[in-house]
Write a protein of this length. Structure first.
Length: 500
């Protein structure tokens, strides 16, 4: 049997990182099993679904590198006629019925609560809560009333006896008594619009889905969907429900409560490397078993992924609303820094270019006459960076003269010794005279100058770092001189003297 899985987002907002993880797990499972990965956009909520949200979801999946769908994208709204036809077929087969209860007599408000209370009361009294007068209306009468234009909903007939059972690939055996499940509404009264449980099942059957991998919050729906599969005479797929992703206070991570931190596009826009965030998402609720690895390539993730490795316990996404340094999970930031530091330079350079372009720092010569310098400079400065934004932020001094000085660095390295007001212009003259321009000659010039002036070389090294980059830490100072260049280095040393 060929594995066929699907990711089925609702385009009513941006792509939630929990949904992105669901998409990734489906993709990994399909690729690990040589199966098919499909995308279905569940756009049946016409009031809330937008083209902008659909585009955002598609862009997010492409950014993650999992947009190689094996078949055309399915839009659920286009299948409404098939959903209705399935429900009406069940009516003709006696497995569902038309409910002609006038809308005014239905309590749409708090209907779920009322159904639950009715079920509990009926169960305690040993009675069946399906006391619907239209449940056993003969088919001929039902057809006649429908043809006469009388509005109706369609409900699935759920036996008052027995139970639904299925084995979840993550949570094990699940069962629920039929007495706890109401006669499900399949089509709404009036416009006969299909409800979620019907649409999902009919589409999954039509798409030949063999494994439904989705969030744990869908677990309660699954019992109802199993009943619909059985009524339609279709094979019930394997279900695998994924643990939830919780906020630090153990509440469910949500768009409404937690804002942009849960949006996938936030990570793209704040300088995450796609492979790094993909790696991080994979470890939210899954582990590679005995491999005990954290940094994994896409090929390694595919090779190691299995549903057996999915945890039953919920994952916690740690972040702080009040501390900018901890705006997202520290593990995600650490992993991104590791990718920036260790990934092949040829893969990193296009990302750095995109960042510099967005910041207005890119020059055509970086892929022409100065291409070698560009690669060497990125290699030099990437070791301490956390996100791609750092190349245009902390690293701005390597690509432009208009950079900001870190106040703490100025206080520590420039203002602590008033002699620097005279020393820095003097050092600038020595730097301008260095020939040829090499690391060794630059270092010798600085150390000789320090010895002549009777100061420690460290004073000039630290002051030069802040003068040339605005920072107090960074790569080897003499490599910084080499990267910035003779003219810019001398110019910045003289300018920094004014800050002393």
């Amino acid at each position: 049997m060929t594995v066929r899985v699907r990711f089925a987002p609702s385009p009513t907002g941006y792509l939630h990182i929990g949904s992105a993880r669901t998409a990734l797990f489906n993709w990994l499972y399909a690729r690990a099993r040589g199966g098919k990965f499909l995308l279905r956009v569940e756009d049946t909520d016409l009031q809330r679904s937008t083209e902008e949200s659909t585009r955002s979801i598609l862009e997010g999946l492409a950014w993650l590198g999992i947009s190689d769908y094996d078949e055309e994208i399915v839009f659920q709204s286009r299948n409404a006629d098939e959903h209705r036809a399935a429900a009406l077929r069940l009516v003709r087969e006696g497995k569902a019925y038309r409910d002609f209860t006038p809308k005014g007599e239905r309590s749409d408000a708090n209907v779920k609560q009322e159904i639950a209370e009715r079920a509990r009361t009926a169960a305690s009294e040993g009675a069946d809560h399906r006391a619907n007068p239209y449940r056993d209306v003969p088919l001929e009468e039902s057809e006649r009333r429908a043809e006469a234009g009388e509005p109706f909903a369609v409900r699935l007939k759920v036996s008052p006896e027995g139970q639904t059972r299925f084995v979840d690939a993550v949570y094990g055996e699940q069962e629920r008594a039929h007495s706890e499940i109401e006669d499900l509404v399949l089509l709404r009264s009036g416009d006969l619009s299909p409800l979620y449980n019907l649409s999902v099942v009919v589409d999954d059957i039509g798409m030949g889905i063999t494994h439904v991998i989705r969030g744990q919050d869908h677990l309660t729906n699954t019992h109802k969907q199993v009943l619909i599969y059985e009524a339609l005479g279709a094979t019930v797929p394997t279900f695998a429900h994924l643990p939830l992703i919780l906020a630090p206070n153990k509440a469910k991570l949500s768009k409404r409560k937690h804002g942009e931190v849960v949006s996938l596009t936030t990570y793209r826009d704040r300088g995450f490397v796609p492979a790094a965030f993909r790696n991080y998402l994979a470890l939210l609720g899954w582990s590679p078993g005995e491999e005990n690895k954290e940094l994994m390539s896409l090929e390694e993730l595919v090779g190691l992924f299995s549903l057996e490795g999915v945890h039953r316990s919920n994952a916690v996404f740690n972040f702080s609303d009040t501390d900018p340094r901890h705006w997202t999970d520290q593990k995600a930031l650490w992993m991104n820094a590791e990718y920036i530091r260790t990934m092949p330079l040829e893969e990193l350079l296009p990302m750095v270019r995109s960042e510099l372009e967005s910041a207005g720092l890119w020059r055509a010569e970086y892929e022409g006459a100065r291409a070698e310098w560009f690669g060497r400079t990125v290699e030099l400065i990437r070791q301490r960076f956390i996100t791609l934004k750092d190349f245009s932020g902390q690293g701005r001094a390597y690509f432009a003269d208009d950079f900001e000085y870190d106040p703490a660095a100025v206080a520590k390295n420039l203002k602590k010794d008033s002699a620097l007001r005279e020393l820095l212009p003097g050092l600038a003259e020595r730097i301008e005279a260095v020939a040829p321009w090499t690391l060794e000659n630059t270092e010798k010039a600085l150390r000789d100058f320090a010895e002549e002036k009777g100061v420690k070389a460290g004073l000039l090294i630290n002051a030069s770092r802040t003068a040339l980059t605005g920072q107090s830490v960074g790569p080897s100072m003499f490599e910084v001189f080499d990267a910035v260049g003779r003219a810019a280095a001398a110019r910045r040393l003289r300018a920094a003297a004014e800050l002393v």
